[in-house]
Design a protein. Structure first.
Length: 527
């Protein structure tokens, strides 16, 4: 271990196993694992995997819910210089087969509940890696031999640690390679904004196939010696019970997470007094939901990130969440940001709007096996996020939308995220998405797909009237359709490819579309 790079994550667990051996590292259904146990189990597994012929830099895929056995495998890979490839159990066998063939793992490790899915995925893949169960009765007892035994090699700070597949919402998923150093710097920056000590109790509900399932709070907790409460899935009632009974002090979720918790029948009576800080990512939290949590005495911090940045980029601390509602904040420590003119690529000074760029030790190695895609994503050492952002005179950033999602209506730029934010404020709208569609007169116009609250009787005229109260007329959607749910990727991101196939300006998406008049649409689109 002394030969390994100073930023490598295997060191964290070795240190904790020595300094706080009897403190609980993981509290999950049916088991509690101390730092000594986690350290010893992962060290033994690393040695056994090397002896079975798994070499430095080899990929090891997993298909598992959040659990202690999965964490043991993660730290074994970290200690031995292997690359963990956590696969998404929400995907189909065919989708998983593509990722298996793309990543080329030497093993596929799975928990019991996902073993049938792993079998189907391997059967559908061109490659045929061995499948092994996680845990003391599986991989920790016997590792299948895949090659000649491997020698112990030092793990470097720049070595890849995680291979996380992007959602593929705009095409085939790409595997983003994150190094030990990427993860170290992300957790250091998080510690300097959200803070954490060994006395904290973290509720980890983001799935571990997502970068946030590792690199937003859980890894920091294991660095600091805190306890991670880890249910094997998300259930709002169970999460509320754990917050109260386990003394949870901090957690991370997306706005939908907090919405489900707030809407649960037990929310009002749940003791939240110990929950000092809740992190929000994925999207800005709507004002009504924000105030619901603030009224319960829970401080919130908003963030923005992406897998390729490991993931943290921008942070809005608790003191700013109300007065800067809708903003993503300022860069995390050790992270640099800039705005580039989308047309020329020139960096913009002062208050401006352009494509958000990120630079720093958190920026990923690149896409596995895709130098072409990596080259398109990087400008020198700047990472192109593909997001359009606004920066004000005080250096705060607000996301305007995806560069590729922006459409031009009658010569005016329209960012769907802005329109979606207005739609989300309507009390009868559960969620909404907007895309640009071709229009003979204006070039492009907006098409809103809306999920209404059940029994609301919401129609297109009411939706458009709501938009006109807050938006310039050219931003008001020319078409509105209604669906029971928006299409989403396996990690919960809006699937714009599927959405676009659903949007025909001449027909409604859902069964309850109510069309406004043609003259009304033209007036809005062209004004």
């Amino acid at each position: 271990m002394s030969e390994d790079g100073v930023l490598t994550l295997g060191r964290w667990l070795a240190d904790r196993g020595r300094v706080t051996p009897d403190r609980v590292a993981i509290d999950c259904p049916g088991c509690r694992v101390t730092y000594r146990e986690l350290d010893e189990r992962s060290a033994r597994l690393a040695e056994r995997m090397r002896a079975a012929g798994i070499h430095h830099g080899d990929r090891v895929a997993t298909l598992s819910s959040n659990n202690a056995d999965h964490v043991v495998a993660f730290f074994a890979c970290a200690r031995a210089g292997f690359v963990l490839v956590p696969l998404c159990w929400r995907l189909t066998p065919a989708e998983l087969a593509y990722q298996l063939d793309d990543s080329g793992p030497v093993l596929v490790l799975t928990d019991g509940s996902h073993a049938p899915l792993a079998e189907a995925a391997v059967d559908a893949a061109a490659s045929y890696p061995p499948r092994v169960r996680l845990g003391a009765d599986g991989i920790e007892r016997e590792v299948p031999h895949v090659a000649t035994p491997a020698n112990r090699e030092p793990v470097e700070d720049t070595d890849p640690l995680l291979l996380i597949y992007t959602s593929g919402s705009t095409g085939r998923p790409k595997g983003a390679l994150l190094s030990h150093g990427n993860c170290f710097w992300t957790n250091l920056s998080l510690s300097r904004t959200a803070g954490m000590t060994g006395d904290d109790v973290v509720l980890a509900i983001l799935p571990q196939y997502h970068v946030g399932g590792w690199n937003v709070q859980p890894l920091l907790a294991w660095w600091c010696g805190a306890t991670v409460v880890m249910p094997d899935g998300f259930d709002a009632g169970e999460a509320l019970r754990l917050i109260a009974e386990k003394g949870v002090t901090t957690m991370m979720g997306v706005p939908a997470t907090y919405q489900f918790l707030a809407e649960h029948a037990d929310f009002a009576d749940t003791d939240l007094s110990g929950l000092r800080l809740a992190l929000v990512g994925g999207a800005p939290m709507p004002e009504g939901l924000l105030r619901t949590w603030l009224d319960r005495g829970v401080q919130l911090t908003q963030g923005y990130g992406l897998t390729e940045a490991a993931p943290n980029v921008l942070c809005l601390p608790p003191e700013d969440v109300v007065r800067r509602l809708g903003w993503a904040g300022k860069p995390y420590p050790h992270v640099e940001t800039a705005l580039a003119d989308p047309a020329t690529g020139e960096l913009l000074d002062g208050p401006a709007e352009g494509e958000l760029l990120v630079r720093g030790p958190n920026v990923f190695i690149g896409y596995h096996g895709r130098p072409d895609a990596t080259a398109q994503t990087m400008i020198g050492d700047w990472l192109r996020t593909g997001d359009i952002a606004e920066r004000d005179a005080d250096g705060y950033y607000r996301l305007r939308g995806r560069l590729k999602d922006m459409y031009v209506s009658g010569g005016e730029n329209v960012y769907p995220a802005e329109v979606e934010s207005v739609l989300d404020d309507h009390p009868d709208i559960v969620e909404a998405a907007v895309i640009g569609v071709p229009d003979a007169r204006w070039g492009e116009v907006g098409y809103a797909v809306v999920t209404p609250r059940e029994g609301s009787g919401l129609d297109e005229r009411a939706v458009r009237a709501h938009c006109r109260r807050s938006l310039a007329s050219f931003k008001v959607p020319a078409h509105v359709s209604f669906v029971t749910a928006l299409p989403r990727s396996a990690i919960g991101k809006l699937d714009k490819l599927t959405l676009r196939t659903m949007c025909d300006p001449g027909e409604g998406v859902g069964s309850s579309r109510s069309a406004g008049s043609r003259s009304e649409r033209l007036e809005d689109a062209g004004s």
